[in-house]
Ligand binder design. Structure first.
Ligand code: ADP
Ligand code: ZN
Ligand code: MG
Length: 491
């Protein structure tokens, strides 16, 4: 058994994976790409439709200006060169959820090209190339399950037809599933910061197809790739890639050949299945869309869009590290979403010590959120609450034990820090004579540590503070306790 495992990992080590990702992102416009229908998720089936998005004969598309602005903003945020003149094209195929028989997309003249995203890799940073970013429309949705007659019928909901999308195609630059995971995380973050999409994967506003091949390490030519479609979380994409790399490696190693095909991820079984052989670009009979003029993004318009660019995550992290003296890791947690970073900064600016706010988020908050399975934005304790707790601790009005207890209560009761603190008003011992008595006892019980202190090891003071805190059941006023311990030890 052990030797079989070793052999498998030795074989894997001889090969290298090559990964390229195609990501579809739904744009958060009010209306659809080429008509005035609402662009909204969750409406009753087939209610947000009109002759244009239903593809009725004679209906003509009109391009949504906001969609172009969002797509351009995203392009610039991804370091792409935006073409002054891009061209819409028809991508022809038949499917029940595509009543027009073609999808309006862009082909040889996409909106933007030659961008990149930086991802952490090993000890350094790697730049993953973005081949192109183009605009297109979404198709409708076929519904195969959930109806009484689902065994014999499929229903079609055309609400999603004509939803504006951008497709972002990466270069085959990634080499590990972890890099792919990082690329997606950074990409999503940039889409959220620029607010062009809500990137909700459950609702399909961000979808990813993963292309992967393997080759012997050092080989120049890429191997034949397989494309894994419709994986609905970044973690599953990482798992699907890991599975595919192993499958392809074993296949090649045993003398077989990878076939170019589209595969589907089965999350329950943790494996991919062949779905169909891969179609080629020429299968789609692309041709320029005759009903839309070329899209012109002038330098002036581009500059106007660029002027609305918010501070992007990477720059924001660097600034927050400098401004608040927080760590790189703090900065990553605190910039997870733009709203959260905004809230942190508002709280940090008002707080006595911003670093303490960051520390509390990293220690007390993150740990409890993880345990409760909650996301940051679902936290019962707001950033304002964290700042309040930090200030009380800073002023010595709360011991760390009391702070922990209050945070526990907040999570038990799903309540913010302020109201919980006001109700609990934790007892504090602020009477010097009471504290002095406790200190005397601890000093008497630990002569060796007193000796160390008097010989110059001043850090031992913390030991005495800790011991008295224990004796006081966490209720000693920390500031007063510190002062009294030093005085006693020095005196
Ligand atoms: P196709 O024409 O089959 O759609 P593309 O050349 O358009 O292929 O590439 C689609 C995606 O697949 C891109 O993200 C690209 O980086 C990636 N890709 C291309 N060739 C390979 C390969 N041999 N291995 C892994 N990924 C690849
Ligand atoms: Zn419509
Ligand atoms: Mg392609």
């Amino acid at each position: 058994m052990a030797s079989a495992v070793t052999t498998a990992s030795e074989v894997l080590a001889k090969y290298e994976a090559v990964i390229g990702l195609e990501v579809h992102v739904q744009l958060l416009t009010e209306t659809k790409a080429f008509c005035g229908c609402p662009n909204r998720f969750g409406a009753p089936p087939n209610t947000n439709v009109c002759p244009v998005c239903l593809g009725l004969p004679g209906a003509l598309p009109v391009l949504n200006k906001r969609a172009v602005e969002f797509a351009t903003l995203a392009s610039l945020a991804l370091n792409c060169a935006v073409r002054e003149r891009s061209v819409f094209a028809r991508k022809n195929y038949f499917y029940p959820d595509l009543p027009k028989g073609y999808q309006i997309s862009q082909f040889d003249k996409p909106l933007a090209e030659h961008g990149w995203i930086e991802v952490p890799s090993g000890d350094g940073i790697r730049r993953i190339g973005i081949t192109r970013l183009h605009m297109e429309e979404d198709a409708g949705k076929s519904m195969h399950d959930g109806f009484a007659d689902s065994a014999t019928r499929t229903y079609v909901d055309l609400n999603r037809c004509g939803t504006p999308l951008i497709e972002i195609v990466s270069e085959p630059d990634m080499r590990t599933p972890d890099e792919a995971y990082e690329y997606l995380t950074r990409l999503k973050e940039i889409m959220l910061y620029t607010a062009v999409s809500d990137c909700n994967m459950e609702e399909g506003s961000l979808r990813c197809d993963a292309n992967v091949s393997v080759r012997l390490k050092g080989a120049e030519k890429f191997g034949t790739k397989a494309e894994v479609k419709n994986v609905n979380s970044f973690r599953f994409i990482r798992a699907a890639l890991e599975y595919e790399i192993q499958r392809q490696t074993e296949l090649v190693e045993s003398g077989g050949r990878v076939v170019q095909e589209t595969r589907l991820w089965n999350a329950a079984e943790g494996r991919t299945y062949s779905m169909r052989s891969k179609e080629q670009a020429h299968d789609y009979r692309y041709f320029p869309e005759p009903d839309l003029p070329p899209l012109i993004v002038t330098d002036a318009w581009k500059a106007e869009i660029a002027s609305r660019m918010p501070e992007l995550p990477k720059a924001r992290r660097a600034r927050m590290i400098a401004e608040y003296g927080i760590t790189e890791q703090d900065a990553h947690t605190l910039t997870a979403t733009r709203e959260f970073a905004d809230q942190f900064e508002e709280a940090a600016r008002a707080a006595k010590n911003p670093r303490r706010v960051a520390n509390l988020v990293q220690s007390e908050l993150t740990m409890r959120l993880k345990a409760a399975g909650l996301e940051l934005e679902q936290s019962p304790v707001t950033m304002k609450g964290v700042a309040q707790a930090a200030d009380l601790a800073e002023e010595g009005k709360l011991s760390s034990k009391q702070l922990k207890q209050l945070f526990d209560l907040c999570f038990e009761r799903t309540e913010d820090f302020g109201p919980v603190y006001n109700r609990e008003k934790p007892q504090q011992i602020t009477d010097s004579s009471v504290l002095e008595k406790m200190i005397d006892e601890v000093i008497a019980a630990n002569p060796a540590q007193v000796e160390q202190y008097r010989k110059g090891k001043k850090t031992v003071a913390a030991f005495f503070v800790g011991q008295v805190m224990k004796v006081s059941k966490g209720q000693a006023n920390p500031a007063l306790l510190n002062e009294l311990v030093t005085r006693k030890l020095d005196g």
